[in-house]
Design a protein around this ligand. Structure first.
Ligand code: GDP
Length: 626
C-alpha cells in the first residue's frame, strides 16, 4: 500500500529555507533574453544613427511627433517627408538640439540571436507553466509515470483530444498548466544541455522504492544540479512488497538531497506510477516549487524557444516541436531554428488540435520549416521575414567551419601517439552494407598481429551510420569504419562536433592497410578525405550527347567543383567519382552552398535518380597533434 499522506506542504514551507538546489536565484527576473537594448531603453535619451535613417525613425527615437521634426528640418532649410532619410550630420544636429545623445548604431549580429539578452518590461510579465523533465535510473518507472500523468490528467474531454507524441505535453492541475518533456532518460536532456539549451525548470527524480539509488540516479542528480534545476524526488513503486522508502531517503540524503520530511529542503513524494497513487500530490508539489521559482514570461512579444524534437514527416515535410520559453507564437510568424528558417504554416498541440497561437511554456509542433533542425536548437521569431534565410545560412556556415576546424580526439592517425599503458587498444565500430562484409572484415582484422597493440571491436552492424554509433564511439573512444554505407550529414556533424572519426572505405583491404599502418605507427597522415557537403537530387534532365544533369538542392555544407563525389542511393554508395560540371542556372560555378539549387553532372555516370544523395569531399591535410 502506498502511504497516503495528505499534501500538507505550503509554499511557505519551502520559502523560508535556503534551498540546496538554489532554484529561486537567477530566475526571478525571467526571462534572460530580450530585444536589442535600444528598443526598450527609451529613457536613456540616445539616438542611434544607421544608414538611411528616415525622418520618421528619427522622430520615433526622439519621442517627438514626426511633424515637429519635419518643421525643425524646414528651419534648417531641409525639405524632407517622413519617409525620406536624413544624413548623419543633420540627424546629429537635431538630436543634440533635443538634448539627446547621438551614437552610431552598433549592428547586432542577429545570427547570434540565441546570445541576445533581452529585457522585458516588468509590467508585461505573467506567470508561465513550469517545464518538468522526469529522470532516474532505467526501469524505475519514468515512462510509466509520464504515461499515468498524461492519460489521467490531460484534458481529454476537449474536441479531438487524442494525445499525440510531440515530445512534450501539458496537464492542468488546479487550473494551472505544467509542461512535461516527454522523453524520459538522460540522453535528450544531456544532448540539449550540451548544445547550450536549458529548457527544464524542475527535474522529477524517480527512484524505485524497492531498488534505491542506482548509477543513473546519481547521474541524473549531477545533470540536474549542473543545469541548476530544482529537484523533486518521487519515490516510486511504493505498492511493491519490497518497498523501502527509508533506505531511499537515507541514500539520497547521503548524496545531499535531504528529504523535506526529515527537515531537509528537497521535496519527496511517495508514489506508485503504476497504480496512480500519490501522483496528484506530486503535481501539487511541482506547482508549489514552480510558484517559488516565480517563473514568468511576456506573452506580448514574439516567441523565442527551443527545438525539443524534430523529424522529417513523409506527408508534411520537416516538423519540429518548439518549447516556447517566452513570447507568443502565431501562425504566419517567420523564424529561425538553429540553421533552419521558415514561416509557421500550421501548429498543433499535444492533443493534435490545430491552434493559431501558443503561449509561453507551451510545446507546439510546427510545420513550415526549410529543413529539419536539431533538438536543442534555439528558436526565434523575426519580424523581418527576409532576414531569416540569411541568418540561418550564416549560422550554418559558422557551424560548418567550427565543426571542420575542431580538433579530433579519436582518430586513426592519433592512435599510435596516444600512449595508454603498454598495450594500445584500437577500438572499432564497424558498419557495412551486408553482414558478409562485416564477417570478412572481422576475419581479416583478427589476423593483424602487431606486438603491443590489440583491436577491440565494440559494435558491428548492417546499415547506415547513426547517432547511436557516434555516441557509442565517443563514449568508448572508438573509430567508426564504414564500408559502402552512408553517414547522413547530421550524423557526420555530430561526429565532428564530438571529435569522433568516421572513415569510409569501399574495399576491405584499404581499411586493413590503414589499420595495420596505424597500429605500426606508420600511417601516412598527411591527407584525408573530408566531407564538405551534401546535395539531394530533386530532378533529372537527360540531355542528348551530354548526359544526365541532376537538378539538386545543397542540403548541407557546400558542393565544390573540384570535389570528389559519392552517389548514395537508399543509404548505399552506388558510384564514386568526380564532378563533370557544377552550375547555378546556366553559369559554371566554383561552389554552391547549403540551401541553394544547382545542376550537377557526374563524370562517367548518367544513371542519377531522384532522391539520390551526392556527397562531396576534398582531400585535406590533417594537422598532427601529439
Ligand atoms: P523507465 O525505464 O524508468 O521508463 O521504467 P518503466 O516506466 O518502463 O517501468 C519499468 C517497469 O516497472 C515496468 O514493468 C513498469 O510496469 C514497472 N513499474 C513502473 N512503476 C511502477 C509502480 O509504481 N509499481 C510497480 N509495481 N511497478 C511499476
Amino acid at each position: 500500500m502506498v502511504a497516503k499522506r495528505p499534501n500538507t506542504r505550503k509554499k511557505s514551507d519551502f520559502k523560508s529555507k535556503k534551498s540546496n538546489q538554489k532554484p529561486a536565484q537567477n530566475r526571478t527576473q525571467q526571462p534572460k533574453r530580450s530585444f536589442p537594448e535600444k528598443k526598450v531603453e527609451i529613457i536613456d535619451k540616445t539616438v542611434y544613427y544607421k544608414n538611411n535613417l528616415t525622418v520618421l525613425e528619427l522622430s520615433e527615437q526622439l519621442h517627438r511627433p514626426v511633424s515637429e521634426v519635419i518643421k525643425k528640418l524646414m528651419f534648417m532649410r531641409i525639405m524632407a517627408s517622413q519617409t525620406q532619410s536624413v544624413d548623419r550630420d543633420t540627424a546629429e544636429i537635431i538630436t543634440l538640439d533635443y538634448g539627446f545623445e547621438f551614437k552610431d548604431e552598433v549592428m547586432t549580429d542577429m545570427s547570434r540571436y540565441d546570445e541576445l539578452d533581452i529585457k522585458d518590461d516588468p509590467k508585461d510579465l505573467v506567470e508561465r507553466p513550469a517545464v518538468v523533465t522526469i529522470m532516474g535510473h532505467v526501469d524505475h518507472g519514468k515512462t510509466t509515470l509520464l504515461d499515468t500523468i498524461r492519460h489521467t490528467r490531460v484534458v481529454q474531454s476537449e474536441a479531438g483530444g487524442i494525445t499525440q507524441h510531440i515530445g512534450a505535453y501539458q496537464v492542468l492541475r488546479n487550473d494551472k498548466a505544467i509542461t512535461f518533456i516527454d522523453t524520459p532518460g538522460h540522453a535528450a536532456f544531456t544532448e540539449m544541455r550540451a548544445r547550450g539549451a536549458k529548457v527544464t525548470d524542475i527535474v522529477v527524480l524517480v527512484v524505485a522504492a524497492d531498488d534505491g539509488v542506482m548509477p543513473q540516479t546519481k547521474e541524473a542528480i549531477d545533470h540536474a544540479r549542473a543545469s541548476k534545476c530544482a529537484i523533486i524526488v518521487a519515490v516510486n513503486k511504493m505498492d511493491k512488497p519490497g518497498a523501502n522508502p527509508d533506505r531511499v531517503k537515507q541514500e539520497l540524503a547521503d548524496l545531499g538531497l535531504l528529504p523535506d520530511d526529515w527537515g531537509g529542503e528537497t521535496p519527496f513524494c511517495y508514489i506508485s506510477a503504476l497504480k496512480n497513487t500519490g501522483v496528484d500530490e506530486l503535481l501539487d508539489t511541482i506547482q508549489l516549487v514552480a510558484e517559488m521559482l516565480e517563473l514568468q514570461a511576456n506573452p506580448k512579444r514574439s516567441a523565442i524557444g527551443t527545438v525539443i524534437e524534430a523529424k522529417l514527416d513523409k506527408g508534411r515535410g520537416p516538423v519540429a516541436t518548439i518549447l516556447i520559453a517566452n513570447g507568443t507564437l502565431k501562425i504566419g510568424d517567420a523564424f529561425v531554428a538553429g540553421n533552419v528558417y521558415g514561416k509557421i504554416r500550421a501548429m498543433n498541440d499535444d492533443l493534435g488540435r490545430n491552434i493559431h497561437k501558443a503561449k509561453p511554456g507551451a510545446a507546439v509542433e510546427i510545420n513550415g520549416l526549410s529543413d529539419v533542425p536539431m533538438a536543442g536548437d534555439p528558436f526565434m521569431v523575426f519580424e523581418d521575414e527576409r532576414q531569416t534565410k540569411d541568418i540561418a545560412q550564416q549560422r550554418s556556415d559558422r557551424q560548418f567551419n567550427q565543426d571542420h576546424n575542431s580538433k579530433k580526439t579519436v582518430t586513426l592517425e592519433e592512435f599510435f601517439k596516444r600512449a595508454e599503458g603498454s598495450v594500445k587498444e584500437l577500438r572499432l565500430i564497424i558498419k557495412a552494407d551486408t553482414q558478409g562484409s562485416i564477417e570478412a572484415f572481422k576475419g581479416s582484422i583478427e589476423k593483424i598481429n602487431i606486438e603491443g597493440t590489440s583491436i577491440d571491436i565494440v559494435r558491428t552492424g548492417v546499415g547506415a551510420i547513426t547517432d547511436t554509433d557516434v555516441t557509442l564511439a565517443e563514449a568508448s573512444g572508438a573509430i567508426i569504419i564504414g564500408f559502402d554505407v552512408q553517414a547522413p550529414a547530421n550524423v557526420r556533424d555530430t561526429a565532428t562536433s564530438k571529435g569522433v572519426e568516421i572513415r569510409d572505405y569501399r574495399v576491405i583491404y584499404e581499411a586493413l592497410d590503414d589499420i595495420e599502418a596505424a597500429m605500426k605507427g606508420m600511417l601516412e597522415p598527411e591527407l584525408q578525405k573530408i566531407v564538405i557537403g551534401e546535395a539531394t537530387v530533386r530532378e533529372t534532365f537527360p540531355i542528348s550527347k551530354v548526359g544526365t544533369v541532376a537538378g539538386c538542392m545543397v542540403t548541407s555544407g557546400v558542393i565544390r567543383r573540384d570535389a570528389s563525389v559519392k552517389l548514395i542511393r537508399n543509404g548505399k554508395v552506388v558510384f564514386e567519382g568526380k564532378l563533370a560540371s557544377l552550375k547555378r542556372f546556366k553559369d559554371d560555378v566554383k561552389e554552391v552552398k547549403q540551401g541553394y539549387d544547382c545542376g550537377i553532372m557526374i563524370e562517367n555516370y548518367n544513371d542519377v535518380k531522384i532522391d539520390d544523395v551526392i556527397e562531396a569531399s576534398v582531400m585535406k591535410e590533417i594537422e598532427q597533434n601529439g
